[in-house]
Write a protein that binds this ligand. Structure first.
Ligand code: PMP
Ligand code: GLN
Length: 381
């Protein structure tokens, strides 16, 4: 077995979901909504599946979807790209793999901003990259100028930038995005921008794509996911948006990973991306309501939740909640004894930083959240 994968266990998401199933626990660990997703989009997929075609679509993606992605980002983020700049992938995970395998050569330094999504490090290592870290700390998780300057001192070939940031639920502001763009420009660094949470923002925040910063159009790769945009995480339809000099190599890697993605889902996502603004507004408002509900209930139960600016997640500071046992042990007790699955945020750090923070997914109906907090409350007591 390849030593990189031999050295890794099962992902924390699968581990916690399996424990949740085994113990009949409420699963606030792995991030997925409890709903089935918009019925009109699912109907469009069902109709496309019956009507066909069901044979291999073009390797770059179905033309209607590539066009819809370009239109969508022009409408929502004022990005001036065309269908030719879009590659359709089997989820953002495949897009990340294709981008990392295409752009990282053995020995290249890759800057990872931690907490980081769990797929980044194994993919970078498998590509032969040498990871470097920029560590963000709770409760603010801010990108600070001196930390960015230190992290870029080695002139990394690549940086992976997840905005909004899972699990910290941070939406980086204009100042932070400009800081990172400046560092990329002055060090000749390419940015892989994981923006799967771009539509899940709260309190009137704006998503600022790094690719839109001055001088970044040719040095940024933007990755999105229909799974997050339409609350259907199982769909695994992703897209990459980049200038030809970057998109070409990524497409070469993609052709040997999956080559293509289920055409009916591509057709349905093309339909969905054109949905009116009201859909996006209501989706955000619904999650913001659930976030507030969970935060209020947690506070009443004696827990100390952190801010959540976007994503499906709310972090809880266990130390400030008066929890004395180690946070991984707490997560195991929570799932086995209290019947609530959560994710230890240490899983998103390479060096198991003892952050004492757990992540809860609030994309659930109120009664489920209430039941979960009642159970977690008993653990504190
Ligand atoms: N990146 C981040 C930051 C994520 O949170 C996720 C999934 N939640 C992904 C990538 C993977 O997206 P997909 O399911 O489209 O592969
Ligand atoms: N992205 C999801 C999360 O952060 C999990 C994805 C997965 O299970 N691989 O919870």
């Amino acid at each position: 077995m390849n030593p990189i994968f031999a050295g890794l266990g099962t992902t924390i998401f699968e581990e916690m979901s399996a424990l949740a199933r085994a113990h009949g626990a409420i699963n606030l660990g792995q991030g997925f909504p409890e709903t089935e997703g918009p019925e009109d989009i699912r109907r469009a997929a069902a109709e496309a599946l019956l009507a066909g075609p069901n044979q291999y679509p073009p390797m770059m993606g179905v033309p209607a979807l590539r066009g819809a992605v370009a239109d969508h980002y022009r409408r929502h983020q004022a990005l001036d790209f065309t269908a030719e700049d879009v590659l359709v992938t089997s989820g953002a995970t495949e897009a990340l793999a294709a981008a990392i395998f295409a752009l990282v050569s053995p020995g290249d330094e890759v800057l990872l901003i931690q907490p980081m999504y769990d797929a980044y490090l194994p993919l970078v290592l498998r590509a032969g990259g040498v990871p470097r870290y920029l560590t963000l700390r709770p409760p603010g998780w801010r990108l600070e100028a001196d930390a960015v300057a230190r992290a870029f001192a080695g002139r990394p070939k690549l940086v992976i930038f997840n905005n909004p940031l899972n699990p910290a639920a941070r939406v980086f502001d204009a100042e932070e995005v400009a800081l990172l763009a400046d560092a990329c420009r002055s060090h000749g660094t390419i940015a892989i921008c994981d923006e799967v949470w771009e539509h899940v923002l709260f309190d009137d925040r704006t998503h600022r794509p790094l690719i839109a910063e001055p001088g970044m159009a040719d040095r940024a790769v933007k990755i999105g996911s229909a799974g997050k945009i339409f609350s259907m995480t199982g769909w695994k339809v992703g897209f990459v948006f980049a200038a030809p000099a970057l998109l070409g190599p990524i497409a070469r890697a993609h052709q040997f990973l999956t080559f293509t993605t289920l055409p009916a889902l591509q057709a349905a996502v093309a339909y969905g991306l054109a949905k009116p603004d009201a859909y996006f507004r209501e989706m955000r408002a619904g999650y913001a309501r659930s976030r507030d509900h969970l935060a209020d209930r947690l506070r009443s139960a004696g827990y100390h939740p952190l801010e959540s600016e976007g994503t499906y997640f709310l972090c809880v500071d266990l130390a400030r909640s008066g929890v004395a046992i180690p946070y991984r042990a707490f997560c195991l007790r929570a799932v086995r004894e209290a019947g609530v699955a959560a994710i230890p945020v240490s899983s998103f750090y390479a060096d198991a930083a003892a952050s004492g923070i757990i992540r809860l997914c609030f994309a659930k109906p109120d009664p489920v959240l209430d039941d979960a907090v009642d159970r977690l409350g008993r653990l504190l007591g």
